[in-house]
Design a protein around this ligand. Structure first.
Ligand code: RFL
Ligand code: PHB
Length: 389
């Protein structure tokens, strides 16, 4: 088998890159470890930056997003019961769109099927070879048979547990990491959202977030200890705890119902540099992880793909490798700003079990500053809505 670009991973990064390449006439094959059903059932992100929405339009996969996405002009921060609204539209002249990652993935999968481009699901034993040569290839097992996929380039879009990053020789890569002493427990329920905009709440008992997927489906999160498990939380216990952490009027708006899904996600910041080694290019969670507090993970995967597609397109169309040479630096410049913002939002909004009164007073002062300074709120709005590409 031969292709121009071998893409590892059929998450949003891999599927979007494949879609852009296919539309530009660049041949590509996607290799995915899981089944299509599994990929389509993962519940993850919900907030799309304006730049992400524009990219999905550019890729020709935004029809349903334009009809069903909820455009939000702002969101609220709650600090011990006091609400402060961040007016994204007014402060940054941008909006965000609520549209689940599950739906983005479905739209991309359907678009790929319509173009009859190959995705091989349920691959096993995948390994990258010759990434520092001009003739790299990927070996893998599918349907009980061994295969080799020869290519010009490999795009490592295989997420935080993928193998691409680990194919870079030790010494050629450096990583930076921060773990946080808590996780998020998420719950999805077919009930109208508590509030028409997202509410991020800092409370003595821990962080809480009211989000949504549509006007009829809510997504809630509460901070829990790192080692906590879904089995420890009945739906009733979850909703009781959520309400205790929210300002009274928001808590009153929470409508309970049987959960469709509950899951625990640990919080972590991680960056591997550089994002290129030879003919391997990393994009999305394969290269970096952010805690979900700033809603940046999916959006960063999309901006990486923007730079990577541009670089590959220039290679094939203009015979120029300038974009490939600068890919890592361009992507990382944006990544680190989102890593900083996500770390800062996490610090502002969570209860840190290992911190003392001094840190608590700093959080209070930070919130007070945000509530009373347009400059501080503008900085938050500009980062939340998404920095320019
Ligand atoms: P993905 O989505 O993990 O896809 C990687 C794909 O690669 C496959 N794979 C392999 N394939 C072949 N061979 C191997 N050896 C492979 N190993 C793995 C995997 O099966 C998978 O299909 O990475 P990608 O494409 O980079 O996309 C990144 C996003 O999924 C992620 O950043 C976001 O979900 C993060 N995130 C959020 N991001 C936002 O922008 N806004 C949000 O509101 C937001 N909320 C969230 C989130 C992540 C969360 N969790 C569960 C960590 C909320 C939560 C709770
Ligand atoms: C979500 O709806 O899943 C969501 C929203 C905002 C975040 C994180 C997750 O910051």
């Amino acid at each position: 088998m031969r292709t121009q670009v071998a893409i590892i991973g059929a998450g949003p990064a891999g599927l979007l890159l494949g879609q852009l390449l296919s539309r530009a006439g660049i041949d590509n094959v996607i290799l995915e470890k899981r089944s299509l059903d599994y990929v389509l059932s993962r519940i993850r992100a919900g907030v799309l930056e304006q730049g992400t929405v524009e990219m999905l339009h550019e890729a020709g996969v935004a029809k349903r997003l334009a009809q069903e996405g909820l455009v939000h002009d702002g969101f609220a921060l709650a600090f011990r019961g006091t609400l402060h609204r961040i007016d994204l539209k007014q402060l940054s002249d941008k909006t965000v769109t609520i549209y689940g990652q599950t739906e983005v993935t479905r739209d991309l999968v359907e678009a790929r099927q319509a173009l009859s481009r190959p995705t091989i699901y349920e691959t096993d034993d995948l390994a990258l070879h010759g990434i520092d040569t001009d003739s790299p290839y990927v070996s893998f097992r599918a349907n009980g048979q061994r295969h080799e996929l020869r290519c010009d380039f490999i795009a490592g879009c295989d997420g935080s547990h993928g193998i691409s990053r680990h194919s870079v020789p030790t010494g050629a890569s450096r990583s930076y990491e921060r773990t946080y002493p808590f996780s998020w427990l998420g719950l999805l329920v077919d009930r109208p959202p508590a509030s028409h905009e997202l509410v991020y709440a800092n409370h003595d008992r821990g962080f809480a977030l009211c989000s949504m997927r549509s006007t009829q489906r809510s997504r809630y999160y509460i901070q829990v200890p790192t080692e906590d498990r879904v089995e420890n939380w009945s739906d009733d216990k979850f909703f009781d705890e959520l309400r205790r952490r929210l300002p009274a009027d928001v808590a009153d708006g929470v409508t309970t119902g049987p959960s469709l899904e509950k899951s625990v996600a640990p919080l972590r910041s991680f960056v591997a540099e550089p994002m290129r080694f030879g003919r391997l290019f990393l994009a999305g969670d394969a290269a970096h992880i952010v805690p979900p507090t700033g809603a940046k993970g999916l959006n960063l995967a999309v901006s990486d793909v923007h730079y990577l597609f541009d670089a590959l397109h220039r290679h094939y169309r203009d015979n120029s490798d300038a974009g490939l040479a600068t890919y890592s630096a361009r992507a990382l410049a944006r990544v680190w700003k989102a890593v900083r913002f996500s770390w800062w939002m996490t610090g502002l909004l969570h209860h840190f079990p290992d911190r003392d009164g001094f840190d608590w007073r700093i959080q209070q002062a930070e919130f007070d500053y945000l509530a009373h300074s347009r400059a501080a709120s503008t900085a938050l709005a500009e980062n939340y809505a998404g920095l320019p590409y």
